[in-house]
Design a protein around this ligand. Structure first.
Ligand SMILES: Cc1cc2nc3c(=O)[nH]c(=O)nc-3n(C[C@H](O)[C@H](O)[C@H](O)COP(=O)(O)O)c2cc1C
Length: 328
């Protein structure tokens, strides 16, 4: 797929064709977050473009931003297959991919050949072979390789498929990791957290990251698979529709805890203009999708964006009026 899509989108004509079929444009949809101008609020969540090769296509396919990665210092094959399981009735996925990626240096070589399109997030994680005490150095290595290509850098401490990764959400570890990264990261630094944290753990994350990060992504996949029959016995994280209620509740909770001072990006079960608007009204400046794109197909971004645009037009609003409208 990557070969075909880059063939199409590496030529100006190919890109224009993809844009005319799948893109959607309206000035009402513009959002500025952490000084970055987004053409629209819809992003492709991390883990879809695991090599960076799909960025040119996704840039033309409706998305205002594309979060490439997760990239790690070391190239990784990820977990043995099967590692991705579909639950179409529930519009859900369980995955235990395990950060399969070409490694930060190779990713930089891939991305260096591309023209800049949509806002490009670079999502970084810890290599599997690196222990927790070496985590900061591991992230820093990847950061140095890739920061030059990043409009923002997202720090992933929340995937369930790398042993111990989520322990980096603990207050002390998180604070020292983020401080180390901040020193070397000129672009906005964004943290991505898990939906399975307790209120106390969320408070710790907010304390540890306060004044260091520019935004928070809520959320990664959940390890609570009890809502999907047959999923519970699988190792991995659940995404898609069954994650929607938890993700929305987390967004509302963090919005209330931060009083609107920290920009929030919502991911988890968004699959329509209605669910996107609900998240934005609850306080999300941006939204991201992954699982619904698998089930909904490539015209889903256009459907979501045109729905948001119609809603804004009908209510004589622009995006800044809509963000957090229910929380004010
Ligand atoms: C197959 C798959 C792979 C993923 N890989 C990553 C990843 O590498 N890094 C990351 O931060 N999130 C990863 N995610 C999580 C998504 O970015 C997103 O946070 C989550 O799936 C919730 O959104 P959704 O319900 O729209 O899918 C992955 C999700 C799926 C389904």
């Amino acid at each position: 797929m990557a070969g075909t899509v880059s063939f199409v989108t590496h030529s100006p004509i190919g890109a224009a064709v993809v844009r005319s079929v799948l893109g959607y444009s309206s000035t009402r949809l513009a959002v500025t977050l952490a000084g970055i101008d987004f053409e629209n609020p819809l992003g492709m969540a991390a883990g879809f473009d695991k090599t960076g090769r799909l960025y040119p296509f996704l840039s033309c396919a409706g998305f205002g931003s594309v979060e490439c990665g997760t990239f790690t210092r070391h190239a990784q094959n990820g977990n043995p297959k099967p590692r991705l399981f579909r639950f179409p009735e529930q519009q859900a996925l369980v995955n235990r991919m395990g950060f399969n990626n070409p490694g930060a240096e190779e990713a930089a070589r891939i991305i260096a050949t591309q023209k800049h399109g949509a806002v490009r997030g670079i999502n970084l994680g810890k290599s599997k072979i690196t222990d927790l005490d070496g985590a900061a150095e591991d992230y820093l290595y990847s950061l140095r390789a890739l920061v030059g290509f990043a409009d923002y850098v997202a720090i992933n401490v929340s995937s369930p498929n790398t042993p111990d990764l989520r322990k980096l959400q603990e207050k002390k570890r998180l604070s020292s990791l983020l401080r180390a990264l901040r020193k070397e990261c000129a672009p906005p630094l964004i943290l991505k957290i898990a939906p399975d944290l307790t209120t106390e753990e969320i408070e710790d994350v907010l304390d540890a990251s306060s004044g260091i990060i520019d935004a928070l992504i809520l959320c990664n996949t959940t390890i609570d698979k009890s809502s999907v029959p047959g999923a519970e016995s699988l190792e991995g994280g659940l995404s898609g529709k069954p994650l929607a209620a938890r993700s929305l509740a987390l967004l509302r909770q963090v919005r209330a805890m931060t009083g609107g001072q920290l920009p929030l990006i919502s991911a988890g079960g968004i699959d329509s203009a209605e669910s996107a608007i609900e998240r934005i009204r609850a306080g999300a400046s941006l939204i991201q999708i992954y699982t619904s794109y698998i089930y909904g197909g490539p015209d889903l971004p256009r459907r979501i964006l045109s729905g948001i645009d119609r809603y804004l037009e009908k209510n004589s609003m622009r995006m800044p009026d809509l963000i957090g409208a229910d929380a004010r």
